[in-house]
Design a protein around this ligand. Structure first.
Ligand code: NAP
Length: 516
């Protein structure tokens, strides 16, 4: 059982009362009374605080955090111990004392004596806000040796997602109740997987404003977006690998689909910073823990699509020919035993979106003149799909050498962006990031090049209606938005993961719900 704990971080008991009720309504399973946030603190105030918190009938953790470990106000050390001892006397369910302070003989004596007369359980905590502990397992063993009944709480900052695996391993091998997860954006996933791996609690805030630690998520997001109430040890995990990744709509989309089919599956954002080496290390961490971490598939985005090709070629199982030709994998499936296969669904997603909006079959693009703007990963997928059906493709790109090399590979034409003004194609596809939020006033296509009768497709999907599409619509051109491509490539991914797909309406509703 993993309890969902909500810290109450209020400057006085009056403010705390509002937070307590909000946390209870949001679905908190334990409240952590962070008494260090109180501006005025004494044992009388603690009793009033406990009285107020008990009105919602949830288990309580009383914490008076030392500033050295992230405390809010610098209350004197003696007072902090008075608060812990008083909380024990008042039968708080749990008290949290920093392990470093517990090692002081007077603190240990007072806390241990109070605990002897109470049902309160002791949490002994250690935090590292700068990075990993030198020896996480050693620290856990040390705490258990110092106080075998204690719940060790070991929280550290992940400077890279690969740091999280040490926390996962400790949870996996747990012999006692313990609380282990990572802070920071790279540690985000550990707060969610804490439930799958049986951490005693994971912490979430009432709302974003009241987060008490870096990377803390709100209860609502954890429950609604990340299927908290459905997670257990058997949950199969999927995720989107990229950097940055916070903006991705994929977790909302896939989790909505899992929800609709009541599947024991979860989809998480995975911030994998760095290049090939860090990507390979991440995949090695996943694969070597395949039998209990249960990652079954990934979407792959910037900057790792080419890294995923290299990884599957060297260490994986099956690499789809199309993905190899494009040089980009956006979908990884992890088979049982940890064998990883790579696919590209951007190509099918783009082609399907284009022909559906044009009301034609793929083969009717034969000899149709198409201008593809950009020469990056998505352009490669789009050019591969278009040249495969014999479209007359010209690639326009800021960096001319990249356009030339892509054109040579796929036997098509190329030019610089300055030539777009003279371009007279039937179909234009923007595959650059121009126009993407927050730079929504940019467009990859000069307005004067647009004419009625043209089909203008912007692969950018945030916003759904980019400046380029607004200008095209105004000139009477047919438009195709990037969300249509996103939905179709996600459908193809779902089919690869699951074997079947029957959730277009849910995907559509979720994508447009997130983006509009
Ligand atoms: P990428 O590999 O980084 O390529 C980016 C391309 O954009 C390059 O050709 C680059 O030109 C060009 N570019 C970037 N900034 C520019 C600027 N200021 N002026 C002119 N050209 C610029 O990225 P990608 O993976 O191909 O993704 C491109 C876009 O596709 C994304 O931003 C996203 O909006 C969209 N996308 C859509 C979907 C979907 O499902 N709808 C899926 C994935 C991606 P240089 O070669 O000169 O650098």
């Amino acid at each position: 059982m993993t309890y969902l704990a909500v810290p109450i971080a209020a400057k006085d008991v009056g403010v705390a009362s509002g937070q307590i009720n909000a946390a209870s309504r949001a679905g908190a399973e334990i409240l952590e009374l962070r008494t260090d946030y109180l501006e005025t603190l004494n044992t009388g105030i603690l009793k009033a605080y406990l009285g107020c918190a008990r009105s919602v009938e949830l288990p309580l953790i009383v914490t008076c955090r030392d500033v050295a470990e992230g405390g809010a106000n610098d209350h004197p050390g003696d007072l902090r111990i008075d608060i812990i001892v008083e909380a024990i006397k008042c039968q708080a369910d749990y008290v949290d004392c920093e392990y470093a302070n517990f090692l002081k003989p007077d603190v240990r004596k007072r806390v241990t004596e109070a605990l002897a007369e109470s049902k309160t359980r002791l949490i002994l905590s250690a935090h590292d806000f700068n990075g990993k502990f030198k020896d996480l397992t050693g620290l856990y063993d040390e705490i258990i040796e110092a106080c075998p009944q204690a719940i060790p709480k070991l929280i550290f900052t992940a400077t890279h997602i690969n740091d999280c695996f040490e926390a996962f391993d400790l949870l996996r091998n747990k012999k006692t109740d313990m609380i282990v997860f990572c802070m920071g954006e790279a540690g985000f996933v550990s707060r969610i997987l804490a439930k799958k791996l049986g951490s005693f609690v994971s912490f979430a805030s009432v709302d974003d404003e009241n987060a008490t630690a870096p990377g803390q998520i709100s209860v609502e997001e954890l429950k609604q977006r990340y299927r908290w109430d459905h997670i257990d040890a058997e949950t199969e995990v999927y995720g989107v690998i990229g950097s940055p990744i916070g903006h991705s709509v994929s977790p909302a989309v896939f989790n909505a689909c899992f929800d609709s089919e009541n599947l024991n599956k979860l989809y998480v954002p995975l911030l994998v910073e760095g290049e090939q080496e860090q990507f390979n290390e991440f995949m090695a961490n996943i694969v070597s823990r395949d039998d209990w971490l249960n990652f079954r598939g990934f979407s792959v985005t910037i900057p790792h699509k080419a890294h995923a090709v290299d990884y599957v070629e060297r260490a994986g199982d099956f690499l789809e020919t199309l993905a190899a030709d494009i040089g980009a994998v956006n979908t990884l499936k992890v088979g049982y035993g940890g064998l990883v296969s790579g696919y590209n669904t951007d190509c099918a997603g783009a082609m399907d979106a284009l022909v559906a909006e044009m009301g034609i079959s793929k083969h009717e693009l034969h000899k149709v003149s198409v201008a593809v703007i950009g020469a990056g990963g998505v352009s490669r997928a789009v050019v591969a799909g278009l040249t495969d059906v014999g479209a007359d493709v010209t690639v326009y790109n800021r960096t001319l050498e990249k356009a030339a090399s892509l054109a040579e590979e796929f036997k098509c034409k190329y030019a610089g962006l300055d030539k777009l003004r003279e371009m007279r194609a039937d179909v234009v596809v923007n595959c650059t990031s121009l126009g993407m939020s927050p730079n929504i006033n940019a467009s990859g296509l000069p307005e004067e090049s647009i004419c009625a009768g043209m089909t203008v497709f912007d692969t950018v999907y945030n916003p759904v209606e980019t400046l380029m599409l607004r200008q095209a619509k105004a000139k009477g051109a047919r438009v195709v938005n990037g969300a249509e491509m996103f939905i179709r490539q996600a459908q193809a991914q779902y089919k690869i993961y699951m074997g079947t797909v029957d959730n277009e309406n849910i995907m559509r509703k979720t994508v447009f719900g997130c983006l509009l």
